[in-house]
Design a binder for this molecule. Structure first.
Ligand SMILES: NC(=O)c1ccc[n+]([C@@H]2O[C@H](COP(=O)([O-])OP(=O)(O)OC[C@H]3O[C@@H](n4cnc5c(N)ncnc54)[C@H](O)[C@@H]3O)[C@@H](O)[C@H]2O)c1
Length: 285
């Protein structure tokens, strides 16, 4: 099937690389135009580099190669005015907004400072609220909002035990799940759907970096990507170290398309069996 989101316009935060780029490209393959933002700066409590303007150029190249349009501006999800400006400009250009993918995020795991906690909550939770707030005035019946949580954040005793930064990540993501649940209920009457995807580890710059190699393989001197993979496999009941970002995009595409037109309030765990029947850590099932 092609054209599953033909003629729709999607707003995506954190689209310069990783899952955000993958979602932009997957939706463009199915006929959507894209309004995108990313930060293009590092954040001092994040122990790996964030996306660059070169990353943005690659996302633009891939979307345009599919014959779709993309308006990509610099925007910090911690700033509502910056997101409003990006969405206003995008709607002025493309005429409407149908899909919101609020997924820009950082991981401050391992840093045990109040600032690490605050930064990750500001980006991963307040940033999601800002993205939805900027988009809502434009959304019409049939629109779809998709938020990105995390299964790791739902697993007690894992990331939440990794310093104040790790706790902030878990805290923010659990609230993203709760936010999706509450927004779905509030906006159902306007025929606007809100769903949450919770991926397990994903093969992106958030995981594929020196900080994470060392976190997962403290027993190896100067560990690399290949060293980390067996450690990730042992944590997955299905033996998958991490998902290709494209696998997450397939779920996002389903929620973005009219195939899911009566589906709202879902917490979809792309978990490789990681959560199983255990606690959802306060996020509605
Ligand atoms: N990679 C994983 O293992 C994994 C697992 C579960 C959930 N997630 C979540 O998936 C989402 C996407 O992450 P990813 O895996 O693609 O990682 P990534 O680091 O490759 O991408 C995150 C993107 O967000 C951008 N960003 C960060 N702070 C921003 C800000 N303040 N304003 C605007 N943009 C900002 C980054 O520059 C980057 O382009 C995040 O919410 C993350 O928490 C990731």
């Amino acid at each position: 099937m092609s054209g599953r989101v033909e003629g729709k316009v999607a707003f995506i935060t954190g689209a310069a690389r990783g899952q955000g780029r993958s979602h932009a490209v997957r939706l463009a393959e199915e006929g959507a135009d894209i309004i995108a933002v990313d930060l293009f700066e590092d954040i001092s409590t994040v122990p790996y580099p964030l996306a660059t303007k070169d990353d943005m150029a690659e996302t633009i190249r891939q979307v345009e190669a599919l014959g779709r349009r993309i308006l990509f501006t610099k925007g910090d999800v911690r700033s509502l005015p910056e997101l409003q400006a990006a969405v206003d400009q995008g709607v002025a250009e493309f005429g409407k907004l149908d899909i919101v993918i609020a997924q820009a995020g950082i991981l401050t795991m391992g840093l045990d400072t109040p600032q690490a906690f605050m930064d990750v909550v500001q980006v991963n939770l307040v940033g999601v609220i800002n993205a939805v707030s900027a988009a809502m005035p434009y959304l019409q019946p049939g629109a779809s909002v998709i938020l990105t949580g995390s299964t790791a954040a739902l697993l007690p005793g894992t990331v939440d035990a990794a310093g104040a930064g790790g706790l902030g990540y878990a805290h923010a993501k659990r609230h993203v799940g709760r936010l999706g649940h509450d927004l779905a209920r509030v906006y159902a009457g306007q025929q606007i759907r809100v769903n949450v995807v919770h991926p397990t580890n994903v093969d992106t710059g958030m995981m594929d970096n020196e900080f994470m190699y060392n976190a997962f393989r403290p027993d190896v001197e100067n560990p690399n990507r290949e060293d980390m993979i067996p450690a990730l496999v042992t944590k997955s009941p299905m033996g998958v170290p991490w998902l290709p970002a494209r696998d997450v995009s397939e779920a996002v595409l389903y929620f973005a398309s009219d195939e899911s037109r009566w589906v709202t309030g879902q917490q979809l765990k792309l978990d490789g069996g990681q959560l199983g029947p255990i606690s959802n850590a306060g996020v509605p099932a």
